[in-house]
Design a protein around this ligand. Sequence first.
Ligand code: ADP
Length: 215
Amino acid sequence: MIKFDQVTKRYPGGHEALRNVSFEIGKGEMAFITGHSGAGKSTLLKLAAAIERPTAGTILLNNQNIGAMRRAGLPYVRRNFGLIFQDHKLLYDRNAFDNVALPLAIDGIGGREAGKRVRAALDKVGLLPRERAMPIALSGGEQQRLAIARAIVSRPAILLADEPTGNLDANYARDIMALFRSFNEVGVTVLIATHDAGSAASGNVLHLDHGVLAR
Ligand code: ADP
């Protein structure tokens, strides 16, 4: 589904964040990217989601070379992905329902259809009773679950999460990992970057060390 072949990423200024990285993640797999801070985990996710382009090498998404794609095609590529970040990136002046409805609004889906999908997404993460709550009134773990609801509401085939448990205590972190597993169990491909090797104990692990993959 996602295939990196000899991918190198050099940022402007000459810093090489990834060097000759090759791996493949199959449809329906769950994989973890581990490594120290600055190892290149975020860069790898950004390349996979076509947010950044590789300096060299090829990145295939369903056999399509997304690293070499024209800019106009990128929004279509990005529709395959639900993205989740450590800091949630929620809108703090909108309630839970409206935060989850936002990606649908961008796709031109509103009204009853949007309401149905938003509530289904909130239900999957256990936040349906809190649909009117403002993010600030939610705990850290609940805010992360809200961010996950927003990422899944458009039913992406692939979930990419960057340190999704980074700010959470152990119980909440376990809860979030279990949620990712539940999506994986119904066929969603899941790729999670974490500096915490413990939460990556099971599954396919890609370990980065200073931009180099050491499996
Ligand atoms: P990680 O997610 O493992 O902490 P990153 O992918 O964020 O690692 O960063 C890898 C390396 O690339 C680091 O040295 C970082 O400073 C550098 N880097 C990341 N983003 C940029 C950028 N936009 N411009 C320049 N250097 C960057």
